[in-house]
Design a protein. Structure first.
Length: 349
């Protein structure tokens, strides 16, 4: 590998480390040491029938145990995710799904790693593929299955998080055709009624409302993050709130769960809940750890997210936490991440 390729690779590693958004997974530890707040993970049961599981309320996720199903999009019953899970042919870095359409972000690793997004249907068959400009980060599908969004890390730009060679790219995608509908950096952004722009704008963490035309996302500029509301049709973005990363809107569209940077430590977050009516936020009391993930809502009262089993482990589990009350967070799905809640015949998650 020549010096240029080594330099680019080095910048990617450093930048992703600063953000805390690294997506590459190390092999799972054989004997993970439980960390503070850990609960015993449910056992993993395989052999579920994919078609049968997909006909009832279920959860899609990426299988993270280092076995035959490693990295594959898997499925388990929503009523009891500890029951035997099914395994699909799709191998994914990140997953999202709603109303009969899904996105699977993939990486083909080798001497030269390439990336693509696969749009799939309710039988997990690919319907379109898109080449990606960089390493996969986040993805979301609108509740009606019409629009999707993909965020990747890219290099060679004139702006970025920690160097002049690194940034994110977030695009909207037509889920029926795979056609790219626009890059968020091309949208007009306003704050307090005034149009703003900067060479260091970066967007990520999109979440759609029931009206798929309206969405929320994170804007980063001048080393600060903001919540923006987007209008896909008008191609506009409006700044609403500061210190918001990876927003996720509740099924009733009243609350947004997000990561909030706390203290002065890089990569230190705390999950918060924002009330859109009052624009006030509060910590998610059930989870006090610093976790780097974009939350998925189980229902209007509970959220899902993934984190490593301990600081010494690379094995991810999906946790569930109430947005109110005193019940503690707990492990829901072992050896899994990137959850997507699916209720057939109901487009809203």
């Amino acid at each position: 590998m020549n010096k240029t390729k080594l330099a680019v690779a080095g910048m990617i590693v450093v930048a992703i480390g600063v953000l805390g958004l690294t997506l590459a997974r190390r092999p799972a530890d054989e004997s993970p040491v439980p960390g503070p707040g850990a609960t015993a993970a449910p056992a993993i049961a395989a052999g579920g029938d994919v078609a049968r599981l997909a006909s009832a309320p279920h959860m899609l996720f990426r299988h993270t145990a280092q076995d035959a199903g490693y990295m594959h999009l898997s499925i388990a019953p929503l009523a009891d995710p500890s029951q035997p899970r099914g395994t699909t042919p799709l191998s994914c870095e990140r997953i999202s799904y709603s109303a009969g359409r899904g996105i699977c972000l993939q990486a083909s690793r080798g001497v030269l790693t390439t990336y693509e997004a696969v749009i799939f249907d309710d039988t997990f068959a690919p319907v379109a593929k898109l080449k990606l400009d960089g390493a996969p980060s986040r993805t979301r599908v609108s509740p009606d299955g019409k629009l999707g969004t993909i965020t990747v890390f890219v290099t060679g730009q004139e702006h970025g998080y920690s160097s002049g060679q690194f940034s994110t790219k977030t695009t909207l995608v037509d889920m029926a055709t795979g056609e790219v509908r626009g890059d968020l950096e091309s949208f007009q952004t306003t704050r307090d009624g005034q149009v703003i722009s900067a060479t260091d704008f970066n967007f990520w963490g999109v979440t759609f409302t029931k009206d798929s035309n309206t969405f929320y996302a994170t804007l980063m500029t001048d080393k600060k993050t903001y919540l923006v509301r987007g209008d896909a049709g008008k191609r506009t973005l409006t700044v609403l709130h500061d210190n918001v990363e990876c927003p996720s809107i509740s099924p009733n569209n009243r609350l947004i769960a997000f990561k909030k940077r706390v203290g002065n430590t890089v990569g230190r977050w705390r999950f918060h809940i924002l009330d859109l009516a009052s624009m006030t936020d509060r910590p998610l009391e059930a989870e006090a750890r610093s976790i780097d993930d974009q939350i998925e809502w189980l229902d209007d009262e509970h959220v899902l997210y993934a984190t490593t089993r301990s600081s010494q482990s690379a094995l991810y589990d999906i946790w569930v936490a109430p947005v109110s009350g005193t019940d503690p967070a707990r492990t829901l799905v072992a050896a899994a991440d990137s959850p997507a809640v699916v209720r057939p015949n109901n487009s809203a998650k």
